[in-house]
Ligand binder design. Structure first.
Ligand SMILES: Nc1ncnc2c1ncn2[C@@H]1O[C@H](COP(=O)(O)OP(=O)(O)OP(=O)(O)O)[C@@H](O)[C@H]1O
Ligand SMILES: [Mg+2]
Length: 243
């Protein structure tokens, strides 16, 4: 996997040399196609296995009594989810631009998130502070929604049953700033450097793609994403998006 230094070197080579630009672009395209093809080829038979298991369970409910049946069903669902996330990750820097109100987008996400907490009868305190008049934004609406949802989901996992989460959005001259704060468990110093790398997870059942995907999406918009955390105060993720 390329780290930031490798990516910077690669970008420098591409800027300096026309042939390198052509070859690297072609390699990246081949890499993208290879990942898409592998994900697609594995997903097809896996979907068949998943459907067959569901039919078996519907026609023979007694199979649920078998040791490991539920675990097998969960594992298959997890693999389907992982392949979906891998495809999304692979496509995260391909943006479909439109012009939209970022204020309305963040407001809608906040409302949906509050509803989902209510539906679960959660005791998590959720609030949002979304500035008016942030103007139109040009970017990939669906992908930016994915970013904010990833941050909110992580915050929810971090605060557990109780705790509080705040989503803020404001405009600061030529950039939009989105913050997701929680007073949860915090991110230990020794893992802070790796949280944005793909497949880094400290959760049972996590894929570890949420933050790396979010970073790729934000950077594809020319923005940045940062994290500050402490055990005492919890965590703040901040997304800066140039207008
Ligand atoms: N708000 C947060 N508070 C504490 N730790 C966090 C927070 N956000 C992320 N982390 C840490 O960073 C790790 C990586 O997060 P990331 O979203 O990439 O993957 P994940 O949540 O583990 O899995 P998934 O792919 O399902 O999102 C998490 O496993 C967790 O240890
Ligand atoms: Mg996550």
């Amino acid at each position: 996997m390329l780290n930031n230094i490798d990516i910077n070197k690669m970008n420098q080579l591409m800027e300096e040399n026309k042939d390198a630009r052509q070859i690297i672009s072609q390699l990246l395209e081949n890499h993208h196609t290879a990942v898409s093809t592998i994900a697609h080829e594995i997903r097809n038979p896996l979907t068949l296995v998943s459907s067959s298991l569901q039919i078996i369970e519907a026609q023979h409910p007694e199979v649920k009594e078998f040791a490991n049946w539920n675990q097998t069903m969960d594992d298959v669902q997890f693999m389907c989810g992982l392949l979906n996330e891998l495809s999304t990750f692979n496509n995260s820097n391909r943006l479909h631009h439109s012009v939209f109100s970022i204020e309305r987008l963040i407001r809608n996400i906040a409302v949906s998130f509050a509803i989902s907490l209510d539906a679960e009868d959660s005791d998590i305190e959720f609030s949002s502070k979304i500035a008016h008049g942030m103007g139109d934004f040009t970017g990939d609406k669906m992908k930016l929604e994915e970013v904010v949802l990833n941050l909110l989901r992580n915050a929810k996992d971090a605060v557990g049953e109780e705790g509080s989460i705040t989503l803020c959005a404001e405009r600061d001259s030529d950039q939009i700033i989105i913050r997701c704060k929680d007073n949860g468990c915090g991110i230990p110093d020794d893992i802070m450097d790796t949280i944005f790398e793909p497949f880094v997870t400290h959760k049972e059942g996590g894929t570890g793609l949420g933050l790396s995907l979010s970073k790729r999406i934000v950077e594809a918009h020319g923005g940045t994403i940062t994290a500050e955390s402490s055990k005492e105060n919890g965590t703040v993720f901040t997304v800066f998006l140039p207008i």
